[in-house]
Design a protein around this ligand. Structure first.
Ligand code: DAH
Length: 343
């Protein structure tokens, strides 16, 4: 019997050495130590031994069981360590590999300049308002003192989309909507798209952008207009920027001016400057004192209140800031162009 026990032990040791996985080890445990295993079978034969030999044999059998159990535990620890190592290897990340770059977008140059303009005007106390792109003739023309026979109303300039409905040809329409809904003091800008039936070329597009400005209060004068625009020009073009008023005409302002800024490229010297074409000045906006008839039409007493208004061409601001030579580039959505303005 002793011999048999020894043989079982050796058999278990050999089998254990070959075990490669946790499930194999489990099977081995059952087959050696389970109810149907050789050790149990041997113990069952103990009854046939003389009584004085039984305690010794029982002790030996228990020692063998313990021996096998200890070996199984030791093998278990080895296999578990191996398993963990394998998992780590399979899941390991090489942190020295280059990362995957996620493509990142950037704001369109028009929106970058617009954001700057909104910052400038908000810091001066202006609110930003919105107006519809499809306007009635009343807001786009009539309320702005543009009579029915004015050439701006011509189908060749303005897109008519229905009976008395147009695609707004100027953000000035927002002035009227603002004065109808707000009481002075009013200080707003209205940025947005405007539409005109222009042939497309390097400086014209049927869709372009304006920023309308309107200030109405008691005692507003042309000096306020000039001070405000001078400040804006300095914010955009730097502390040395100068502005110049030229007399002009707009039906909704009296007097009206066109405003030039000293050329940011040549500093106003002109010479052979490509940007200002040698003049030293660049036209950036139209402006004026709100016509009394426009105020009155919106229920604001022109005897009590005065105001100034201006309309800035956002596309022109953008092309001069970034030295873009063709306005069409702004509308073609060519990523090779647009990604140059990442900031
Ligand atoms: N609406 C004018 C245009 O499209 C620009 C303009 C000029 C707006 C004078 C104004 C203004 O508010 O006072 O050419």
């Amino acid at each position: 019997m002793k011999e048999q026990l020894k043989a079982i032990g050796e058999q278990a040791d050999r089998a254990l050495e070959k075990v490669q996985s946790l499930s194999e080890l489990d099977q081995l445990r059952v087959s050696f130590l389970g109810k149907k295993g050789p050790l149990t079978a041997l113990l069952k034969q103990m009854g046939s031994l003389p009584p004085e030999e039984r305690p010794t044999m029982g002790q030996l059998a228990n020692q063998m069981r313990q021996h096998i159990e200890e070996h199984i535990e030791a093998r278990l620890a080895v296999l578990k360590a191996l398993e963990i190592k394998k998992t780590f290897e399979a899941e390991s990340v090489d942190v020295t590999l280059p990362g995957v770059k996620l493509p990142k977008g950037n704001l369109h140059p028009l929106n970058q300049v617009l954001d700057d303009m909104i910052d400038i005007f908000q810091s001066m106390g202006f609110d930003v308002v919105d107006g519809p792109e499809i306007e009635t003739e009343y807001y786009n023309f009539e309320a702005l003192n543009i009579p029915a026979d004015h050439p701006a109303r011509d189908m060749q300039d303005t897109f008519y989309v229905g009976d008395h409905l147009v695609l707004r040809s100027q953000t000035s329409a927002a002035q009227i909507r603002t004065m109808e809904t707000r009481k002075p003091p009013i200080r707003v800008i209205c940025p947005g798209r405007v539409f005109r039936a222009d042939e497309v070329d390097a400086t014209h597009s049927p869709v372009f952008h304006q920023i309308e400005g309107l200030v109405v209060d008691k005692g507003i004068t042309m000096c306020d207009l000039k001070g405000c625009l001078e400040q804006v020009a300095r914010e955009i073009y730097g502390p040395d920027a100068k502005i110049k008023f030229r007399p002009s005409f707009f039906p909704f302002t009296e007097p009206s001016v066109e405003v030039d800024v000293s050329c940011p490229e040549c500093g106003g010297h002109g010479d052979s400057c490509r940007i200002c074409k040698g003049t030293g000045w660049i036209e950036i906006l139209g402006a004026g004192m709100v016509h009394p008839r426009v105020l009155a039409g919106c229920g604001i007493d022109p005897e009590e209140y005065t105001g100034f208004a201006f309309g800035i061409g956002l596309d022109r601001l953008t092309t001069t800031r970034y030295k873009i030579s063709d306005i069409r580039l702004l509308f073609e959505n060519d990523l090779r162009f647009l990604t140059q303005f990442d900031r």
